[in-house]
Write a protein that binds this ligand. Structure first.
Ligand code: ADP
Length: 251
């Protein structure tokens, strides 16, 4: 008997190929939808400081009162700073979306946590850095660790009632930073979404703080691309508890 083509197998392979291709297409559609949404949201967020700068400048130009001009300039400066923070955040996320990552090297978290606490403004609530281990080496990039700690500490400062505690811990394969504050905390329905780009819980502090809604999105990107994780829950004082886990460098 002559050889036959292994038709059933070929059929299975074609089906598998088609389903792989469909999955790939679906992923690509999702990615371009995400990009579309991000571009639209970014334009929307940029519009409000630009509009405000324009209105204030128009008022100042039309009015010769130097006191008013001074006040207006201070507001314009504030909006310009907001704009600049937004653009910095957008650039950081665009670089990350393009896959431009800084090289990984061991980063010592106890030192970084103390340095981040030192960088806070003088009127910030007291920050206690509590290290469960003398050293905790994360596999990440120094700039990423700095971004993560700066953002978590700045947010904690904005919300804390009286104090912030930063704990550094290590297990066999992972290292962990926990930032606890004693502020109002985050209701469970917001906990996943605060890591989304531009998401802000609509409370007064978030609106008036001049934040961009990009801080925690940048934190999540920086951590996840290194195989780490960031989560938010409740601190023992009832405030927010942000936990970041990185893979551990074993020297
Ligand atoms: P923003 O620039 O608005 O601070 P983030 O991405 O850093 O943006 O934070 C997103 C939102 O998460 C904030 O607007 C705020 O509502 C909430 N949030 C962040 N940190 C805390 C915290 N420590 N306690 C309570 N809410 C917080």
């Amino acid at each position: 008997p002559g050889e036959r083509l292994p038709l059933p197998d070929a059929h299975d392979e074609l089906r598998a190929l088609a389903s792989d291709l469909n999955a790939l297409l679906a992923r690509q559609e999702e990615a371009s939808e995400r990009l579309r949404r991000f571009t639209g949201d970014a334009a929307h967020e940029l519009r409000s400081p630009v509009a405000s700068i324009r209105v204030q400048a128009e008022v100042a130009v039309a009015n010769p009162d130097p006191d008013l001009a001074h006040e207006t300039l201070a507001d314009v400066l504030e909006e310009a700073e907001r704009l600049s923070a937004l653009l910095d955040g957008l650039l950081t996320l665009a670089r990350s979306d393009a896959g431009e990552l800084p090289p990984v090297e061991p980063v010592e978290l106890v030192t970084e946590a103390r340095a981040a606490a030192q960088r806070l403004p003088a009127d910030a609530p007291p920050v206690r850095v509590s290290a469960a281990v003398p050293q905790a080496w994360a596999l990440a990039a120094p700039a990423e660790v700095e971004l993560v700690l700066n953002n978590l500490l700045r947010n904690a400062c904005r919300y804390a009632a009286s104090q912030i505690v930063v704990s550094v811990l290590a297990s066999r394969s992972r290292v962990r930073v926990v930032v606890d504050d004693d502020g109002p905390g985050l209701a469970p329905e917001h906990r996943e979404r605060v890591f989304d780009r531009f998401y802000r819980v609509s409370d007064d502090r978030a609106r008036t703080s001049g934040g961009t809604g990009l801080g925690l999105a940048m934190v999540a990107e920086a951590v996840r691309r290194r195989g780490g994780r960031v989560t938010v829950g409740e601190s023992p004082e009832g405030g927010a508890r942000f936990q970041v886990v990185w893979p551990k460098h074993r020297g």
